[in-house]
Design a protein around this ligand. Structure first.
Ligand SMILES: NC(=O)c1ccc[n+]([C@@H]2O[C@H](COP(=O)([O-])OP(=O)(O)OC[C@H]3O[C@@H](n4cnc5c(N)ncnc54)[C@H](OP(=O)(O)O)[C@@H]3O)[C@@H](O)[C@H]2O)c1
Length: 508
């Protein structure tokens, strides 16, 4: 059990959606499990002029929706005593000074260690860092006081803006103080990929181009853009999912074993993978990247709007809600192994998983009865929901002859520790409080990921006529993604069938 030192957590955007839906539930869970320090304070910030009491009522209302047991309810009041509110407008220097004055009134041991959580629009990241540094609030004293800053996603909108943001942050904080969040890395099932790969003698020797034929990485969402149309129409699937979550996940799957299990060794290896991604440029983009956008359809008999009909979305928008990429990693381990990455909104189900396709046997002994492809073993690492590991292999159908049928060994994390997999934000906040940045993205990795996706985004910008395929809501995206595969018999894994009544697609 890692218990943090006494601390103050200051949340910029303490009245926002993320704070209510994710941060406070995670903090309360940690408190309930006695994983926070003996003394601490949480200060929410925002332009509103709430008193501590009003703010506590609001936080209590959000937490009450999630609280399941009487024992949790009993501890809510004592948790809320640690919660405070301080009005602060990022554009007002005097508000930062007032924040500093308030901090000085806290107990000495609490005001020493401060975690700043920037749950605000990214445009505020650099200005907040500058104001904190101007008041010396970022200053650490080795062995006596620490100061850390967590930044929400997105980290930049392209390579240039990410570089500028990094430079601005590094003018105020040291790299070891900066925690760039990627909540995918906080997922228990993603961390378990490390354990699965490096704690087992069985799979480690197979994890390379000699035994692996191809790898799929899928992050499918069943919802559309909901009320985030305004944000999404400037972002799209490439920025929202691929540049951060899916490339970070790919790095965990493909990294070399680190020499030691410490933050820098792990982050070094992850960054190396991202730097080894083969750039996709110019006309190659057509062979390697397919983009799509959902169109109106019916799902289980109910009408669902197309992307262009969503609230705050341009009716002529060419923003991609689906991307599939064939990626290659130019290093000794992965030369020749394609990585197929896909993500999209309004797909048939919500699922994130990695599928490792192993090579079949050299000689197909049972070809006559069973065809060629039953020998291909698949390992499915399910990230969400129903986290687990599924190993698929062929066995003989009972009875006469030698017909081979696929079977599976299926492990569910829910079987391991009842139902209590920690939420990503619980793990990530606790890690930041104890100073462990292993699961946070380092500047060079963020930069390498932008370097990979930037030429694609730039190509789309310069060539607006690049095909944007429509796919009916409730289907697995444009069928053109099959053109990415090297072999006509290859396909994606479909965890469930199309839900749309309309199986056709159209070009937008
Ligand atoms: N919501 C999510 O599920 C989610 C998921 C992943 C990442 N994120 C990221 O998290 C960040 C916050 O998202 P959100 O959905 O919570 O946004 P939100 O609901 O719009 O909240 C924005 C927060 O910023 C505060 N704020 C706005 N202008 C301010 C100013 N001038 N000075 C001080 N505070 C100001 C608002 O408080 P006042 O109105 O009181 O000023 C509010 O607390 C964004 O970077 C977003 O990309 C969110």
């Amino acid at each position: 059990m890692r218990i943090p030192d006494p601390f103050t957590l200051i949340i910029f955007g303490g009245t926002g959606d993320l704070s209510h839906r994710k941060l406070f539930p995670a903090l309360f869970k940690l408190y309930f499990q006695k994983r926070l320090a003996s003394s601490f304070k949480i200060v929410g910030l925002g332009r509103r002029t709430y008193s501590d009491e009003v703010y506590r009522e609001q936080i209590a209302a959000s937490l009450n929706e999630k609280i399941e047991s009487d024992s949790e309810r009993e501890r809510l009041t004592s948790f809320l005593e640690h919660v405070h509110f301080q009005p602060l407008d990022v554009s007002k220097k005097t508000d930062f000074k007032a924040l500093q004055d308030r901090l000085l009134k806290f107990d000495k041991n609490i005001q020493k260690n401060i975690l700043f959580y920037l749950a605000t629009a990214p445009a505020f990241f650099a200005p907040v860092a500058r104001e904190l540094a101007a008041l010396n609030l970022q200053k650490e004293v080795e062995g006596q006081q620490w100061r850390r800053i967590i930044l929400e996603k997105p980290f930049g909108t392209d390579l240039e803006s990410a570089n500028i943001l990094n430079t601005e942050l590094l003018a105020c904080f040291d790299e070891h103080q900066i925690y760039r969040i990627d909540h995918y890395l906080g997922k228990e099932s993603v961390q378990n990929i490390l354990a699965f790969r490096f704690a087992n003698g069985l799979f480690q020797p197979l994890w390379n181009r000699r035994h692996i034929h191809r790898i799929e990485v899928t992050a499918a969402e069943s919802l559309g853009v909901e009320d985030r149309g305004g944000y999404y129409d400037h972002s799209g699937a490439m920025r929202d999912m691929i540049q951060n979550h899916l490339l970070q996940l790919l790095a965990v799957i493909a990294m070399e074993p680190p020499n030691q299990f410490d933050p820098d060794s792990i982050r070094d290896e992850k960054a190396k993978v991202l730097k080894a991604l083969r750039p996709i440029k110019g006309s190659e983009i057509h062979q390697h990247v397919i983009r799509g956008q959902y169109i109106g359809s019916k799902i289980r008999g109910e009408k669902v709007p197309g992307y262009r009909e969503e609230l705050n979305v341009d009716t002529k928008s060419s923003r991609e809600t689906f991307v599939a990429i064939k990626a290659n990693i130019d290093n000794e381990r992965w030369q020749g192994v394609p990585f197929y990455i896909r993500t999209g909104k309004r797909l048939p189900t919500r699922v994130s998983e990695v599928v490792i396709h192993f090579n079949g046997p050299g000689h197909q002994l049972f070809h006559e009865q069973s065809g060629d492809h039953l020998g291909e073993n698949q390992l499915v690492l399910r990230i969400q929901p129903d986290e687990g590991v599924l190993l698929k292999f062929g066995l003989k159908v009972p009875g006469a002859g030698f017909k081979i049928a696929p079977v599976g060994m299926d492990f569910h994390y829910s079987d391991m520790n009842a139902d209590d997999l920690p939420e990503a934000y619980e793990r990530l906040i606790l890690d930041a409080l104890v100073g462990d940045n292993t699961l946070y993205a380092r500047a060079d990795a963020v930069q390498a990921a932008w370097k990979y996706v930037d030429p694609i985004l730039e190509y789309w910008r310069q060539h607006p006529n690049t095909k944007l395929y429509g796919y009916p809501a409730g289907t697995w995206g444009p069928p053109e993604t099959l053109s990415l595969f090297e072999n006509t018999e290859e396909d994606w894994r479909y965890p469930c069938k199309n839900l749309s009544s309309d199986d056709t697609y159209c070009e937008l």
